[in-house]
Ligand binder design. Structure first.
Ligand SMILES: [Zn+2]
Length: 130
């Protein structure tokens, strides 16, 4: 869903992304070119698919699935990082909120949870019941 009020204008993309996290939202950018519509939560200068420089900001539902687990770090409660595939079809690497290890598997449903790390807000994902 296009969100005109997120028009970044002169704002720094990192700031737009951070403002989203402060509101508990994951904002991502969609390439404005018609044939590619590449979606990404990474703040690239150029579209990775077509090299375009025009993006529209959109809000993710914050729901997705674990696409690939990073190497297990050991310990009781599993955490670490994973590549998450969002419902909107893009993937991003993010921390997992520690939960019992049996809830973490490729394909497990996750939900965005904004965490604070060293004073900075970061997107993380929590495994949720299927
Ligand atoms: Zn593109």
């Amino acid at each position: 869903m296009p969100t005109a009020e997120l028009d970044p204008g002169e704002h720094d993309p990192a700031e737009v992304f951070r403002d989203g996290l402060a509101l508990g939202e994951l904002r991502y950018r969609r390439c404005r070119c018609r044939w590619c519509a590449d979606r990404s939560a990474q703040l690239r200068l150029l579209c990775a698919t077509c090299g375009g420089t025009e993006f529209d900001w959109e809000r993710s539902s914050g729901r997705g699935r674990i696409y690939r687990m990073a190497e297990p770090t050991g310990g009781g409660a599993a955490g670490g990082t994973a590549v998450v595939e969002l419902a909107e079809g893009f993937r991003m690497s993010a921390r997992l909120v520690p939960v019992p290890a049996h809830r973490l598997w490729p394909g497990a449903p996750v939900r965005l949870e904004v965490t604070e790390d060293g004073g900075a807000l970061r997107p993380a994902f929590r495994a949720v019941a299927a």
